[in-house]
Write a protein that binds this ligand. Structure first.
Ligand code: FES
Length: 125
């Protein structure tokens, strides 16, 4: 699945947040559009880098959280789907336990500009 073809997917250059707005070790959600087709992202800062994943569990294709910006974080930088407990590593999106063990979250390519703004990266050519 190419996330760029999904409903409400943000275009290259769209600003997601600024580094200063992200708290180390916390997951923050960004959303484009609304309703069940909203395009939802997870952002997690680690120093001057940020991991961004599509907030869509590969099990049922729904967000990992059932309340806005509230996620089940586990030790060792893992996040658990609130619905059927799939456990994903935040560093590489790999699911290491639960009903979609071995699957992965979808990475979102970003770039960080000189002001610390986190932007959707251009599509690789
Ligand atoms: S929807 Fe995430 S584990 Fe089932």
């Amino acid at each position: 699945m190419n996330w760029r073809e999904m409903c409400f997917a943000p275009a290259a250059g769209t600003r997601l947040a600024n580094l200063a707005e992200l708290q180390e070790g916390r997951v923050r959600e960004a959303m484009f559009g609304s309703g069940k087709d909203a395009f939802r992202l997870l952002l997690m800062r680690e120093g001057d880098a940020v991991r961004v994943w599509l907030n869509r569990c590969p099990h049922f294709g729904i967000p990992l959280n059932n309340e806005p910006n509230r996620f089940v974080l586990l030790p060792e930088r893992k996040i658990m789907c609130a619905f059927h407990c799939a456990v994903f590593r935040i560093d590489d999106g790999h699911c290491e336990d639960g009903p979609v063990k071995g699957d992965t979250l979808t990475p979102i390519e970003i770039q960080i500009d000189e002001r610390g703004d986190i932007l959707i990266a251009a599509e690789p050519t």
